[in-house]
Design a protein around this ligand. Sequence first.
Ligand code: FAD
Length: 403
Amino acid sequence: MAKIIINHEKVKNIEEIVKICPFNALEIVDNKLEINSGCKMCKLCVKKGPEGVFEFEEDQRVEINKDEWRGITVYVDHHEGDIHPVTYELIGKAREMAAKINHPVYCVFIGSNIKDKCDKLLSYGVDEVFVYDSEEFKNFRIEPYTKAVENFINNIKPTIMLVGGTTLGRSLAPRLAARFKTGLTADCTILDIQENTDLDQIRPAFGGNIMAHIHTPNNRPQFATVRYKIFSAPQEVEDPKGKVTLCNVDKKELISNINVLSTKPKTREVGLEDAEVIIVASRAIKKQEDMDMIYKLADVLDAQVAGTRPLIESGWIDAKKQIGLSGRTVKPKLIITCGVSGAVQFVAGMQGSDYIVAINQDEKAPIFDVAHVSLVGDVYEIVPKIIEKIEQNQLEMAFTVEE
Ligand SMILES: Cc1cc2nc3c(=O)[nH]c(=O)nc-3n(C[C@H](O)[C@H](O)[C@H](O)COP(=O)(O)OP(=O)(O)OC[C@H]3O[C@@H](n4cnc5c(N)ncnc54)[C@H](O)[C@@H]3O)c2cc1C
């Protein structure tokens, strides 16, 4: 890591020097100039400070041998052996990338009494599942789980680690990346691989206004988290050939400061992510009472109702029903957007939907760029017409007439 060094013997006017830093990272401690944790490494002090006081020192970069790191690994996210579907989606992406560089696909599976759950992973075409099955892993506790994955990485040296962007994954992946002093890109929306095994990690940045392309060229493994429903689960293979390898970590290494006294299962809500049909309300809906029209449409299509951020902010819809960059990512079979403009931050959360029907009175609305069916007109006229047609059992007509 790079650092900034202070040559104290060259410091003359200490009060003036501390003013240089716009982040207040320079301070006087016991009459001595110090750099605190507010330092952003902007190097302004080096450029603007008195000559010779500050020096920027970059560590010598140690070249890694990329050939020593083989395999794309998916961390198996589960609760008591019940595997989270994001795991299968990541296996699909891992297989696709592994085929390009001729690497194997691995899973690392940590828990208690989980050995017999490996068949499902193998059925998705995984080459090898590394299982850490022990009483110590009964409940997720960050320290022992980190230790097990650390053990796996040290032994197998995978070039990539893919982790679901779940509550658990978001806790585990950064800790591991820090332990291996390597990069982690959170919430990737696109992943690809280069011939030299560098991972192309693409995700929206700066409020969704740009797509950042991130690489980790000098470190291994490369960590990425991906939210549920970004990728699709692959087809199961007919004749799985992968194998299961049991692994162990010395119990002395599995010390935790967390003692789980009891656990209470939370009843799983059917979230937006699971909906097959979604109706999206937007700022085009003028009054809260008008939401009845949206709920009616949802009712006849057996759909869930979601909203754009302004609607959530108005309090008309629960925050869990927000679609987009700062909300949920969905991939339903059908999504009908009612007056949504199609801001990038919204589209980022739904563009993978199978069939997108968009209603907007502005024919230039960006939502039409991703829509399969574009209905240009007033949402207050079109939605009742769709409801009427569906009630008359003319679902297909509802769209073809207005197309
Ligand atoms: C960091 C950041 C994160 C964000 N995250 C999210 C997010 O997760 N989700 C999200 O939704 N937004 C998010 N936003 C906000 C986003 O930029 C947009 O402001 C928002 O999506 C717009 O919502 P809207 O389409 O309802 O409203 P508007 O953009 O105001 O669009 C209203 C649309 O309604 C149409 N219209 C009006 N009346 C009618 C009518 N009678 N019939 C038909 N059409 C009509 C108009 O033509 C217009 O296109 C985020 C913004 C930032 C900066």
